[in-house]
Design a protein around this ligand. Structure first.
Ligand code: AMP
Ligand code: GLY
Length: 430
């Protein structure tokens, strides 16, 4: 089989790396990929990002299966387009991708179908939004409706921060949010406390198969300080997701979401990522939905997956009367995988590109260096994006995985390298 992975990040490197291990695969193409996917002999980069050009290329090159990494192409309707041209692709349609691309859509959806989430209201009028903030008080959370590259959420600890967020989201759009339906909107919601976990499942429209649990670290700095980022590190499994919480997440969040989408006439296919907030009593609320795998959660999750991912994706893209997917049970390495992101100077605001990367970026049996913002210039490895690599180690315990990942990091160098020194800390407490 020839497989196409769309995207350029660490998530896509990890997906392509896993897919290439299948004996069924002839070649895994990554569009556009990065220096890590360029230098792996089992992978080949295709320098195309335009969706129509990608579809034409996939048809010409007889691609048997396509997997989409990031939300952008999904929100633009790549799945609808590929399917309309007879191509097999795993991901949600444009309508289903609204679960991520529109906070207003996903919040209204959760409310309509009784899926636990923070109390909220949606506004397009700034004055009404300000009045709501004043009535509710701080802390409060303001979210832009529309894709904002992970920057559209302000957890406001003071009223001033909340009012400022309303203004820059509704009036100035300094974030460059892609508005849905041409109109700026914000969701303002109750501030929730607890521990977050990433709960990711694979869906074929009817059934959901859970992937291993994981936890991300969203803040830039050690000790959960500094600005929010796309994610500075992740590990799997996440002990906060006990068997009871796992069962609740499937019963209270995932299952009603699949049923609700089908009822609304928008069957959900693809990876569905529920960001959960778990409180001290074990109650859960859905913070957000993403219609794709997480980055960097994918890196530790793929490091642990033992089942052939090609088989899983093939089953997930079969007609619904085929029960192979519903009957699948994924096999996982029992060890913990822990990934630490090395980010570029200036990340997340303005990551610097072009810093020379030296040292040992090769993977070995239990430590995998998944590339993200890397590029080759005259054969030399350079930074080319905010998150540069994710060093992911597999070991018997969280502590050992952490030690191995940080040991491997000592061998990698670039100017301005930023990383957290406490990835996995929540799994080590107590
Ligand atoms: P989201 O993109 O909606 O997941 O928000 C990004 C991050 O903001 C989440 O991972 C949380 O850390 C935080 N966040 C979002 N919504 C809330 C909330 N209602 N209460 C507390 N923190 C939140
Ligand atoms: N790591 C969080 C995300 O992928 O949205």
């Amino acid at each position: 089989m020839n497989i196409l992975v769309i995207g350029a990040g660490g998530r896509e490197h990890a997906l392509a790396w896993k897919l290439a291990q299948s004996p069924k695969v002839q070649m895994v193409y990554v569009a556009p990929g990065n220096a890590g996917t360029a230098t792996d002999i089992r992978l080949k980069n295709i320098p195309i990002t335009d969706l129509v050009a990608l579809r034409t290329w996939a048809l010409e090159n007889k691609i048997d299966l396509t997997v989409v990494g990031p939300e952008g192409p999904l929100a633009l309707g790549i799945v609808d387009d590929f399917r309309a041209h007879g191509l097999r692709i795993f991901g949600p349609t444009q309508a289903a991708a609204q679960l991520e691309s529109s906070k207003a859509f996903s919040k209204a959806f959760m409310q309509r179908h009784g899926i636990p989430t923070a109390v909220f209201e949606t506004f397009s009028d700034a004055q009404a939004a300000h009045a709501y903030v004043d009535a509710k008080g701080a802390p409060i959370v303001v979210k832009a409706d529309g894709l904002a590259a992970g920057k559209g959420v302000v957890v406001a600890m003071t009223l001033k921060e909340a009012h400022d967020a309303v203004d820059f989201m509704l009036l100035d759009n300094t974030l460059g949010v892609v508005h849905n339906g041409g109109e700026a909107r914000v969701v303002i919601e109750e501030f929730l406390q607890g521990e977050e976990a990433s709960f990711i499942v694979m869906c074929n429209g009817k059934n959901a198969i859970p992937l291993a649990t994981s936890q991300d670290h969203k803040r830039l700095l050690t000790g959960d300080k500094g600005p929010n980022t796309g994610g500075m590190g992740a590990y799997s499994p996440a002990p906060v997701v006990t068997p009871e919480i796992h069962a609740r997440a499937m019963r209270e969040v995932i299952s009603p979401t699949l049923k609700g989408m089908a009822k609304d006439g928008i069957e959900f296919t693809g990876f569905l990522y529920a960001g959960l907030m778990i409180d001290a009593k074990g109650q859960l609320k859905t913070l957000e939905f993403n219609c794709r795998m997480g980055d960097p959660e994918t890196q530790p999750i793929m490091a642990r997956l033992k089942t052939d991912l090609v088989d899983v994706l093939w089953a997930a893209t079969q007609a619904l009367d085929d029960t192979t997917f519903a009957d699948l049970e994924l096999q996982w390495d029992r060890r913990t995988a822990l990934g630490v992101v090395l980010a570029a100077h200036g990340y997340p605001e303005s990551p610097r590109k072009g810093d020379r990367i030296t040292g040992n970026t090769a993977s070995n049996e239990d430590v995998f260096v998944f590339h993200a913002g890397t590029a080759l210039h005259d054969g030399l490895l350079q930074t080319s994006g905010g998150r540069v690599v994710c060093v992911t180690a597999l070991a018997a315990t969280v502590k050992a995985a952490q030690l191995h990942a940080y040991e491997a990091i000592k061998g990698i160098h670039f100017e301005g390298m930023q990383f957290r020194s406490d990835i996995g800390h929540r799994a080590l407490k107590g």
